[in-house]
Design a binder for this molecule. Structure first.
Ligand SMILES: N[C@@H](CCC(=O)N[C@@H](CS)C(=O)NCC(=O)O)C(=O)O
Length: 213
């Protein structure tokens, strides 16, 4: 059964590389699992889109009769039974994946929304100390380990590293060297590089389609 990943038909330049289908692509590459991609319109959101994603967002995944939204749920579903959720560490892996989504990403998103969506420099500046504190706490929890739960890269690292890419790209890890190295270690994996290349190719193909009218 080949899962079908749905993302947008096109997005402007600035979110490219970060639309959350990248997480699912990355995981599917880690698993060596082929998949296909379908799209929903970004601009003219359809009522049908809501049947698969009640918040009119992406990504969502169809796998046989199952349709799943929420990138965290999709990752946990796809990684189940694989080395990316070692059985003995399952609750701890789930804990860290949820921590990434629930205790780190909201702080990063609050900054992103203020800085890039609202273009509110003062509002973004107000978010910075909170975001920095969370990032420092992740670094402290990582300690000397290569990955969040020890020696093995898990789906929790995939989620955490993906979430940390935006702070990393915007200078928030410049004084958090161990955390910066963690993100680099994760995103240096061939599966991430392949996922990112395919993700960017998707937007280039969308541009070409638009240019062709
Ligand atoms: N919690 C959701 C967030 C999904 C989300 O924010 N998707 C963005 C793209 S990365 C989106 O569709 N944004 C457009 C919108 O909210 O209208 C998840 O992790 O899947």
């Amino acid at each position: 059964m080949t899962p079908v990943l749905t993302t947008y038909d096109w997005v402007p330049e600035f979110p490219r590389g970060f639309v959350r289908d990248i997480r699912v692509r990355w995981l599917l590459e880690e698993l060596g699992r082929p998949y296909s991609v379908e799209t929903v319109p970004l601009r003219d959101k359809s009522a049908g889109h809501l049947d698969s994603q009640p918040f009119h967002q992406v990504p969502f995944l169809r796998d046989g009769d199952l349709t799943l939204f929420e990138s965290g749920a999709i990752l946990l579903y796809l990684a189940e039974g694989s080395d990316l959720i070692p059985a003995a560490q399952r609750p701890i892996v789930q804990q860290w994946l949820i921590a990434a989504l629930n205790s780190v990403e909201p702080f990063s998103m609050a900054w992103v929304l203020a800085r890039f969506f609202d273009k509110d420099e003062a509002g973004a500046a107000r978010q910075e100390p909170r975001l920095h504190q969370r990032l420092a706490q992740v670094q402290a929890a990582l300690g000397d380990q290569p990955w969040l739960t020890g020696d093995r890269f898990t789906v929790a690292d995939l989620m955490m590293a993906d979430i940390l890419r935006i702070p990393a790209q915007n200078g928030f890890l410049d004084d958090l060297h161990a955390l910066a190295a963690y993100v680099e270690r994760a995103t240096d994996r061939p599966a991430f590089r392949k996922a990112l290349a395919d993700h960017m190719a998707h937007w280039r193909a969308a541009d070409a389609r638009m240019a062709a009218g």
